[in-house]
Design a protein around this ligand. Structure first.
Ligand SMILES: [Zn+2]
Length: 310
C-alpha cells in the first residue's frame, strides 16, 4: 500500500521571478493528509491568498503556468516547483509565497529538489489516492498534440521540433516517473528561449528577471551560455519537466501514459480539462505498491541554492 507523504521540516528559498523580475521568498511547509498541494500568498492573508494547485485554477498559460482564485490573486510560473514536488513523491505540502511569482532559481527544478531533499520526505498513515485514466483523451492545436492513455504508473514521451533551429532541431525523450529518475533525468534541465524573443519580451515588460543565469538562450546556431548544456538533449528534457509539473495539477498522481508533440503549458492544461470533463475517462483509485521517496541528501546537488531549515 502506498502511503501519502509530506515534508519532514519547513524549508525556505528566495529568488527573482523570471517574468516579473521581483524578488520573492517561498516557504515549503509540511501539511496534513488529504491537503494536496496548496499555494498561499502571505501578502493576501486567509482565503483570499489561498489557491489550490489544480488544473481548474489555471488562469494563464502564455509564458508559464499561472494559477489564480476568485479574489483575483494570482501566482505565476508554478510549473518547475510543481514538477519538483511530485517528482520527489511529495503528496501534501503548503507553499507560502510573499509575491506573485515563484522564483526561477537556475531555470530548472534542481534547486527545489535540493530544498525538498533537505526538508526530508516522510510517509503519513493514509493510503495515497490516484487518478486512473481509463480512456484515451487527446487535444490538438494545428500539428501539436497531447494525449493521455491508460497506464499503471506515470510515464511520458515527448517530441519537439524546431526545424529552423539546428541547435535544437528534433528531440525525443521517454520517461517513467519516480524520484530517482526525475532527479537524474529531468530535474536539472533548464528553461530556454531565443535571443530575439527574449529581447522582444523584455521590451514589452516581460522576462524582466530572465538572464543567462536562469535560461538557456539560443542565438541563431549557437548557445549563448558559456557553460553550454547540462544534457545534450536538455531542451526536450525541460519540456518534459514542464509536462510533469503541469500534469501535477490533476490534484493527485496520474496513472497514465502521456504522449505529446510540441506541447506547451496551454495544451497540457487543455488536456487535463478534457480528461476531467469526460466522467468515463477517469476514476479515483487507491494506490497499491510503493512509490519511492527521496532520502535526505548526503551531498547537496545544488550547493548554490539559498536554503535554510527554520
Ligand atoms: Zn519550464
Amino acid at each position: 500500500m502506498a502511503l501519502q507523504t509530506t515534508l519532514k521540516n519547513r524549508m525556505v528559498c528566495q529568488g527573482v521571478g523570471v517574468h516579473t523580475g521581483i524578488l520573492s521568498t517561498v516557504t515549503l511547509l509540511p501539511a496534513p493528509e488529504g491537503t494536496g498541494i496548496i499555494f498561499r500568498r502571505t501578502d493576501h492573508p486567509g482565503i483570499a491568498g489561498t489557491i489550490p494547485a489544480r488544473f481548474d485554477r489555471v488562469t494563464d498559460t502564455k509564458l508559464g503556468t499561472t494559477i489564480g482564485n476568485v479574489y483575483g490573486v494570482k501566482i505565476h510560473t508554478i510549473e518547475h516547483l510543481m514538477a519538483a514536488i511530485v517528482g520527489c513523491g511529495v503528496t501534501n505540502v503548503i507553499v507560502e509565497i510573499d509575491g506573485a511569482e515563484v522564483p526561477i532559481m537556475d531555470g530548472s527544478a534542481a534547486p527545489f529538489v535540493f530544498l525538498i531533499e533537505c526538508a526530508g520526505v516522510v510517509q503519513q498513515s493514509t493510503p495515497q489516492r490516484a487518478i486512473r485514466v481509463r480512456e484515451v483523451v487527446r487535444v490538438e492545436d494545428g500539428d501539436k498534440y497531447a494525449e493521455l492513455l491508460p497506464g499503471t504508473g506515470f510515464s511520458a514521451e515527448l517530441e519537439i521540433a524546431f526545424e529552423n533551429c539546428p541547435v535544437i532541431d528534433r528531440q525525443f525523450y521517454a520517461f517513467d516517473l519516480d524520484a530517482p529518475s526525475f532527479k537524474a533525468e529531468l530535474a536539472r534541465a533548464r528553461t530556454f528561449g531565443f535571443k530575439h524573443e527574449v529581447e522582444y519580451l523584455q521590451a514589452n515588460g516581460h522576462a524582466l528577471g530572465g538572464s543567462l543565469a536562469n535560461s538557456i538562450v539560443v542565438d541563431g546556431d549557437r548557445i549563448m551560455n558559456v557553460e553550454g548544456l547540462r544534457y545534450a538533449d536538455e531542451f526536450v528534457r525541460h519540456k518534459l519537466l514542464d509536462v510533469v509539473g503541469d500534469m501535477a495539477l490533476a490534484g493527485a498522481p496520474l496513472l497514465a501514459q502521456f504522449r505529446g508533440y510540441k506541447t506547451g503549458h496551454a495544451l497540457n492544461n487543455q488536456l487535463l480539462r478534457a480528461l476531467f470533463a469526460r466522467k468515463s475517462a477517469w476514476e479515483a483509485v487507491t494506490l497499491h505498491g510503493r512509490r519511492p521517496a527521496l532520502k535526505p541528501a548526503e551531498r547537496p546537488m545544488y550547493p548554490g541554492a539559498l536554503a535554510a531549515a527554520e
